[in-house]
Structures are given as structure tokens and as C-alpha cells.
Design a protein around this ligand. Structure first.
Ligand SMILES: Cc1cn([C@H]2C[C@H](O)[C@@H](COP(=O)(O)OP(=O)(O)OP(=O)(O)O)O2)c(=O)[nH]c1=O
Length: 193
């Protein structure tokens, strides 16, 4: 069964590879990611994942996702520059926030199954030296909230509650569930315990 990953994120490809899923094609979806007026984080992440899946019009299964960081009602996407990344990290430091990923799987018949997964994350308060060094590292680029838990950012995360892979951009348990429900053959299911 043909699977297309509608994502430009190398992390998403690597996460899928981790559970033995290799998409037949990778076709990033170019959509407008502006939140609607008053839109809450959960419906926002779900809407974007669905829109990304819908934007890639090819036969077979199309998988898409969107990850946002939320502090209260505020949605933090990918910082546009170093100053914004520094502002995000200062806002997040010393408190808990939520990382929300919407995932959507479009099937050949056009039916889309989608859900959101939420993880709570605590980021420690960064010293000026840590903040400057992290901004200089450039790791914040292309990362919702301006940090990467799978990178140097791990040094700033004392605690999470919920799915780790969800924070990196693709909650694998739920993605595997959607793929399985759509009849996609998951290789590890053939492995006897
Ligand atoms: C919080 C966090 C986010 N991220 C990444 C995951 C996502 O790639 C990115 C959020 O941006 P997204 O808009 O979800 O995805 P993307 O633009 O990278 O790719 P595409 O839309 O084509 O699928 O932030 C990390 O890699 N580590 C982290 O710890």
C-alpha cells in the first residue's frame, strides 16, 4: 500500500523509520499556517494536519502532522528569527507548557482520520550564557517553541509527561494506530514476541 509523507521535516521521516515505516514518497505540503482569530491550540494543530494531508493529492495513504507549543492560550510556532526564538525560550523557561501535535491520515477514498496528542514539558529557566549559546547554535530554527528536545535542548528539559515522540513531531503510537486502522502493513506486527 502506497504511503506518502506530506512533510518537509527530517525528524518525521526518521521517527517513521524507527518503527520500520518507509514512505514511498515525501511531498511537503505548502499551506498557510496562520492561526484563525481566537483559534485554540488543539483545533489549530488538528486543522493544519488535515489541511497538509488534503494539500497533497496523490493516490494511496497521505500522512501529515503539525506540532505547536502552547503556553496557556498562546500558540508558539517556529520562530521567524533569533530574537523571536530568544523571546520564546525566555517565556517557556521555568514553567510547564504543552506540546500539541495534530496527525492526519488521508486514505485513497478521501476519508481522513485525525487526532491530536498532547505532552506536558518543563523547560528550566536558562541563564543568559545558556540562552546566548543556544541561540548561536541555530538549533532553534524550524522547531516549534524554539527548542529541540532531541538535541542540545534536552539539557534544558528536566521533565516531560506524555509521549516523547510527540514532542519531536510525530506521536508514534498514535500514528501506528492510524496506519494500522487504514490497513497499512506494519512490519513489526509480523515479529513474534
Ligand atoms: C518542540 C519541538 C519541535 N520540533 C519540531 C517538529 C516539527 O518539525 C517542528 C514544528 O513545525 P511543523 O510546522 O509541525 O512542521 P515542519 O514545518 O517542520 O514540517 P512540515 O509542516 O512540512 O511537516 O518543530 C522538534 O524537532 N523538537 C522539539 O522538541
Amino acid at each position: 500500500m502506497r504511503l506518502t509523507l506530506a512533510s518537509a521535516s527530517p525528524r518525521r521521516r526518521e521517527l517513521l523509520a524507527q518503527i520500520g515505516v518507509t514512505p514511498d514518497a515525501i511531498m511537503p505540503a505548502d499551506i498557510d499556517e496562520t492561526p484563525q482569530r481566537g483559534e485554540q491550540p488543539r483545533p489549530y494543530a488538528l486543522r493544519l494536519a488535515r489541511e497538509k494531508a488534503a494539500a497533497v493529492d496523490v493516490p494511496g495513504l497521505v500522512l501529515a502532522a503539525d506540532t505547536v507549543v502552547c503556553v496557556g492560550r498562546r500558540i508558539l510556532g517556529k520562530p521567524t528569527d533569533a530574537d523571536e526564538a530568544a523571546r520564546f525560550l525566555t517565556l517557556l523557561g521555568g514553567r510547564r507548557h504543552r506540546v500539541m501535535t495534530g496527525i492526519a491520515l488521508r486514505r485513497t477514498d478521501g476519508f481522513v482520520s485525525a487526532k491530536t496528542v498532547e505532552t506536558s514539558v518543563k523547560l528550566k529557566r536558562l541563564s543568559a550564557a545558556e540562552l546566548n549559546a543556544y541561540i548561536d547554535s541555530g538549533e532553534w530554527q524550524g522547531k516549534a517553541g524554539g527548542y529541540a528536545i532531541q538535541g542540545i535542548g534536552a539539557a534544558f528539559v528536566p521533565w516531560i509527561s506524555g509521549s516523547y515522540t510527540n514532542v519531536v513531531g510525530l506521536p508514534l503510537t498514535e500514528v501506528a494506530g492510524l496506519l494500522n486502522a487504514a490497513g497499512y502493513p506494519l512490519s513489526y506486527q509480523g515479529i513474534a514476541a
